[in-house]
Design a protein around this ligand. Structure first.
Ligand code: PGA
Length: 250
């Protein structure tokens, strides 16, 4: 059985006191969520050390939103995967479209980041997805296949089994436009087929999350699709009630 997962990507939102309030509100409501749903929160780096304990105690796993491509050294401003692991962070979002677009993260960099995360014992939440022009040109299948081939397909199966995939059509992120449940299922099933081509049965156990304007009002329909195993939630993860409602949408 695949895990059901709802992960909140806080992005560059909340000051530390605001983040502490949000984490407390989420932690206070985890008892409303069925035990088979894994909750993950990805606060900003500045909050991780202080918030990880309370979140974990409430059953919420903690993710970073990014990690460095190197383990340590003269890389001013970077945060390494071993640093994250050393404070109890267990997951790391890698390859978010905002990192690809604004910080020029290419397949080569992302392959290193995934290697770093895995070597530090973190589980990567690896993001893929096409931009609007690619969808309109009917190229979305090719785009996600290439993104998988660059980073995930070369992994040995033992590493692949630690990966969570997040399919996030870039045109749906923060726009209020969501992929239809049918569009999500179609491409999630395609992603699983591509993964199965290399990893066989292991692909059947991989959680593939949908991301992009997922909210309480559309989560149930998306999560009802056979190959949609949960969500990577941006905006709605900043409101504890919405985040918890999404986790209850399976
Ligand atoms: P959104 O962001 O839910 O605000 O669209 C999703 C994401 O970027 O992970």
């Amino acid at each position: 059985m695949r895990k059901k997962i709802v992960a909140g990507n806080w992005k560059m939102n909340t000051t530390y006191p605001e983040g502490e309030t949000l984490a407390g509100a989420i932690a206070g409501k985890t008892n409303e969520v069925p035990g088979d749903v894994l909750l993950i929160a990805a606060p900003p780096f500045t909050h991780l050390c202080c918030l990880t304990g309370a979140l974990r105690e409430a059953g919420v796993k903690v993710a970073a939103q990014n990690c460095a491509a190197e383990a340590k050294g003269a890389y001013t401003g970077e945060v390494s995967a071993p640093m994250l692991a050393s404070i109890g962070v267990e997951y790391c979002i890698i390859g978010h479209s905002e990192r690809r677009e604004y910080y020029g993260e290419t397949g080569d960099v992302l392959r290193k980041k995934v290697r770093q995360a895995l070597d530090a014992g973190l589980r990567p939440i690896f993001c893929i997805g096409e931009v609007l022009a690619e969808r309109e040109a009917g190229r979305h299948f090719d785009v996600v296949r290439t993104q998988l081939e660059e980073v995930i397909i070369p992994l040995p199966t033992s590493d692949f089994e630690k990966i969570i995939i997040a399919y996030e059509p870039v045109w749906a992120i923060g726009t209020g436009k969501t992929a239809t449940a049918g569009q999500a299922q179609e491409i999630h099933a395609f992603i699983r087929r591509v993964l199965a081509g290399k990893f066989g049965d292991s692909a059947g156990n991989t959680a593939i999350l949908y991301g992009g304007s997922c909210k309480p009002s559309n989560a149930a329909e998306l999560f009802a699709q056979p190959d949609v195993d949960g969500g990577l939630i941006g905006g709605a993860s900043l409101v504890a009630d919405d985040f918890i409602a999404i986790a209850n949408a399976f």
